[in-house]
Design a protein around this ligand. Sequence first.
Ligand code: ADP
Ligand code: MG
Length: 758
Amino acid sequence: MLHPLNFYNKDGTFVFFLYLCKKDYSHMLTLRFKAFNEASNRLPETTNLPPNGLSQAELFGINVFDRAKMKKYLSEDAYESLIQSIDEGKKIDRKIAGQVASAMKAWAMEQGATHYTHWFHPLNGATAEKHDAFLSIDKTGNPIEIFKADMLVQQEPDASSFPSGGLRNTFEARGYTAWDPSSPAFILDKTLCIPTVFVAYTGEALDFKTPLLKSLALLDKAALAVLEYFDKDAKKVYATLGWEQEFFLIDQSLFNARPDLMLCGRTLMGHAAAKDQQLEDHYFGAIPARVSAFMQEFEVEAIKLGIPIKTRHNEVAPNQFECAPIFEEANLAVDHNQLLMSLMDRIARRHKFRVLFHEKPFKGINGSGKHNNWSMMTDTGVNLLSPGKTPKNNLQFLTFLINTIKAVHDHAALLIGSIASEPNSHRLGAHEAPPAIMSVFIGKTLSAVLNELEEKVTDQKMTPDEKTELKLEIIGKIPEILLDNTDRNRTSPFAFTGNRFEFRAVGSSGSCASPMIVLNTAVADQLIKFKEDVDRQIVRGMKKDEAIIQCLRKVIIESKKIRFEGNGYSQIWVEEAARRGLPNIKNPLDAFKTFLYDSSVKLLVGNNILTKRELEARYEIRNEIFVKKVQIEARAIGDLAINHIIPTAIAYQNTLINNVQGLKTLFPNQWENLAEHQLGLIKEISEHIHTISHEVNEMIEHRKVANQIDDVVEKAHLYDKNVKPYIESIRTRIDKLEMIVDDDMWPLPKYREMLFIR
Ligand code: ADP
Ligand code: MG
């Protein structure tokens, strides 16, 4: 029995502790109670605030070898030459590279850096780095610090274990990294990090950055060519990307007490808490103090790295948050997203948190996405997806808007493929994220404009009156500012939000590069076709504006079926989309297949973004990652079921059996009545144990069969069809047991304990 005095200790924080000591269940040494106790009593960490009270603007980019630092540390000639290479994508000559290397070293060493690394994005979606010290020993045996051109420009990391989809056999492990001067070097943890591409010695890309850079160059060229019709000042068009990163936080002790979270990044079991997001009291609410301390710290670090982090808020689910920077040129924005994710991961640990980027860490509550806000901008600062003041500006705007819609229309399936992954499949279509059907939302005003263009323009030569009407009445009527929060559609996977498109189906853990590669290329490809079309009309004698308008009308008609203004989460839309013939690709394995569609090959290979072999390799890698993820989850839930859950259920069942036996001794005539509840539970527990153990065994047998298969696509298919369903059905049984078994005995932290940071 517990002594009441021990309950009412003056110091409230010890109540629970004494309760545990007194109760003295040996199983209470389980991590769960210790973890919950630690998590509940945790105070906010002190934050490493900016040194010397520097403002955010003063702090911005202090750890980046940016243009100001290049200017300071380089000779005038070398600086000019480097800037030219960056802006025009020209090759940097060896001599200049040598000067840049020594300038970088001088700057980095002044900041206390001792090492350098090439920093790249292999196809497993993470970032990779291999650090080398500047320290070396010269010929006379003296210690020196060196960093030369060849160390900056190219490296050969022994990175043979990264996925290559058969592009590189391990015996020819040579893959090399090559400097990307368009993304500036930075210092992280006393290491000079140089953003690089990663390619096989045969030249094939083994990373995300290589095709991304190619797609950006293609878009630049294609958009600039179309822009010639309107604006002759611009010399370059950049894709811009502003991502919004959603994530969950969980206390470190609770995380450590959940092997499923540690191994898979998501909970494989756990009954829903009585309360989670029903009351919508978390969204945009006050940020808990511990979380705020964490956010302040990673924001300061991000700002020092030149990541213009701007927005932070709570998200819909408990423990879910979001941060977003100001948009940037897409290549830089992609690097910054990767960098921020790793920064958040390490700073979270200092705050005794773990950050979860998994798309669906907790069942039954919202998962996490990463909206990609995308637009195109000229070097003269004009946003091509922003309406202007004049009909001419608006015609330019409509040209880029309508061609983007057509690009999405033509490559809808591939866009789904670009964001598909095993974890993202838990989230898509679950009434919290867009369905696996691509559609484009543009809002009432623009829909009306596009409809009018479709109706009023004909193939016939326009009369002057018609032209005036079109210019003034339709195109001229587009308001300069379309940013209207009442005309937003949160259920659309690809929504126009006034001056950009927001691709909302992207998953929180994935790289933004993959969807950006497809989007940039699809839009570029469409702009090239559009330009050819318009030029053909002009050659035939049509006036430029009229040719543009007529071609736009054609594009509007051809892409009409992708436009949808209604509720994307509704069943009505699923049916309507099927009638329209739009792809609805729910299964990630089917989504990966879009890489091999003829239209995708034509798009990506035809435009020299990826070779056929590279594309096939990427297809294989996606399948391989799928297999591994499901395999790890299947193993983890099997272990947990057999080693944690079933023993606990048996232990509880034994206490029930003891109790029934006691009742039988005490009340020989009434025991069956008195023990009705207990008897029911004993049976129910046995049934669950029986089913769980059978299912675990069956799942293992299916894994064995699948593991025999060499072909990775076939293997993925078997894992999907025969292994994955067990993970869910075993979970259902375990979650039922969680509701029956004595709370004191349950080994894993429960949802209600994990989901509410105080
Ligand atoms: P919301 O939640 O309303 O979508 P947020 O402020 O969370 O808005 O995020 C909007 C994102 O869109 C920010 O990253 C912002 O910088 C970005 N953005 C704004 N304009 C552009 C643009 N022209 N190109 C790309 N991204 C943009
Ligand atoms: Mg948004």
